[in-house]
Design a protein around this ligand. Sequence first.
Ligand SMILES: C[S@@+](CC[C@H](N)C(=O)[O-])C[C@H]1O[C@@H](n2cnc3c(N)ncnc32)[C@H](O)[C@@H]1O
Length: 259
Amino acid sequence: MSTSTNADRDFAADGEYEPPAPGEARRVSTAEGYECWAPIYDNAPNPLLAREERHLSPLLTNLRNKSVLDLACGTGRWLERLVTQGCASGVGIDRSVAMLRVAGRKTAIRGRLAKGDCENLPLPSASFDLALCSFAVGHIRDLGSMAYELGRVTRAGADVFVSDLHCDAYARGWRVGFRDGATPVQIEMRPRAAEEIVHVFCSNGFQCLTHESLWLGEQERPLFVQAGKSHSFVEACELPAILVGHFRRIGTGTQRGAR
Ligand SMILES: C[S@@+](CC[C@H](N)C(=O)[O-])C[C@H]1O[C@@H](n2cnc3c(N)ncnc32)[C@H](O)[C@@H]1O
């Protein structure tokens, strides 16, 4: 996918991640970006979120006895699903009041949300059996602090899933963003390679079970069609779009490791 084709620009219109339109995009901080995006975040068809859900859903089963943390929960996409599926308890943490406000309108997760930073969690130690951090690590300033905090708040044996825009997709021009009317808005992020994420987590009390690159596939085609972007579909499938890591908490110590 080249950053200069019309197809790229079209693909940008309704997805969560959009390639840059040079000279057109407005670049904003994470705080400003999610403040503006929150009211419409849940509305647009989003092939990346759909692809991630297709991968993770079969792995997130047998929740009945599990205490779940949705880190950088945003509008509560995963928390709502996991609570509805019957997890024992669930908490969502996010730094954006605007995103949490939208999440708080969802009956299943109202009262389970708190404002907080991934690098300094307002949560007791050894509290969770399962944690997700979905499409957020690229926004985290100090990944080591986040991994340390995840290690602190999870119990030994806990599963932790981390997903984000693939750094290959970022290198080819995809960006985190949305449209504000006719103007593309790009939210600042620093893409992270699998090797960096694995190294940091493994230095902070986790074992890496898998890390995988996900490509969009036929199942996402209807979302392109729905968005009027079917002509962009084939091109969008030509590179890895998402990185997903699956980690397991080992031991009980919370010694701070690599940043
Ligand atoms: C792309 S959204 C993902 C939301 C949700 N996890 C999902 O997949 O739908 C990224 C979220 O990360 C949150 N975020 C970014 N940096 C954060 C930080 N340091 N601490 C907590 N939340 C953060 C943003 O406020 C935003 O809600």
